[in-house]
Design a binder for this molecule. Structure first.
Ligand SMILES: C[S@@+](CC[C@H](N)C(=O)[O-])C[C@H]1O[C@@H](n2cnc3c(N)ncnc32)[C@H](O)[C@@H]1O
Length: 225
């Protein structure tokens, strides 16, 4: 999606929906809006960000991977194809609409046991301690208010030495899109780095990459051994 189309779509949506309604649908997509408006915007608007997350995950067939807040499930499909091992790739999202869409998109991978999707919240994840070698998420950080319980859950579920790869939009990008102040929390790189360290992650790095329609931002953090 080119930048002008994203701006046009956002302006149009702001005319037909309240800022709060738009933000709530981004946080937890539902119904026809979730399926026919939010989903295509996620798929095209976040493709470059998800590709950067995929590259940074640097997956092998030994990895046990979770994506939290998978939305349409396109990144998870790519991950499951790459890992290509039964019972190694999982996804958790609290939106029934997104769960149904991701199940439809990834039916073959699910039926062959290469991908497992579940409805649930990142505040209380249905996985045992130290289960995953890698956990990723994209465009969910803003909605965790406060963020600490969710990041602590991710840390609990990571193996020692395991990595979190988290895609997000910068405060400037969120401001430019005029997204609701209450629903979308904003972070500077410094604030995000200190948040991740405060929760218990180490070796935190924040990467920027030029991309269309928006530059990509990814935080990588490790659970200490
Ligand atoms: C803005 S969408 C992003 C979708 C996709 N990751 C992307 O970047 O295109 C946020 C997704 O995270 C899910 N989500 C938000 N908060 C969540 C939570 N606390 N637990 C589980 N899923 C959550 C929403 O249901 C939605 O599918």
């Amino acid at each position: 999606m080119p930048g002008w189309l994203l701006k046009f779509s956002m302006s149009f949506l702001r005319m037909v929906m309240t800022p709060k309604g738009l933000a709530k649908q981004a946080r937890k997509p539902s119904g026809w809006y979730g399926k026919y408006i939010a989903q295509p915007m996620f798929l095209s608007g976040n493709a470059a960000l998800n590709q950067l997350i995929f590259n940074k995950l640097d997956l092998s067939s030994n990895d046990v991977v979770l994506e939290v807040g998978f939305g349409p499930g396109a990144l998870l499909g790519q991950i499951a194809e790459k890992v290509n091992r039964s019972n190694n790739v999982f996804g958790l999202d609290f939106s029934p609409t997104m769960l149904a869409e991701a199940q439809r998109r990834n039916r073959n991978l699910i039926e062959s046991g290469l991908l497992h999707l579940q409805q649930g919240s990142s505040s209380n994840m249905p996985y045992t301690e130290s289960y995953f070698s890698k956990i990723c998420c994209s465009n969910i950080l803003y909605f965790w208010q406060p963020p600490e319980p969710h990041l602590s859950e991710i840390l609990r579920c990571l193996q020692p030495g395991g990595q979190l790869v988290m895609g997000f939009r910068s405060a400037d990008q969120i401001n430019a899109m005029q997204l609701d102040n209450e629903v979308f929390a904003r972070y500077s790189d410094e604030e995000l780095e200190s948040l991740l360290k405060r929760v218990g992650f180490s070796d935190v790095a924040i990467i920027h990459q030029s991309a269309e329609p928006l530059d990509s931002y990814v935080a990588i953090a490790t659970k200490s051994v």
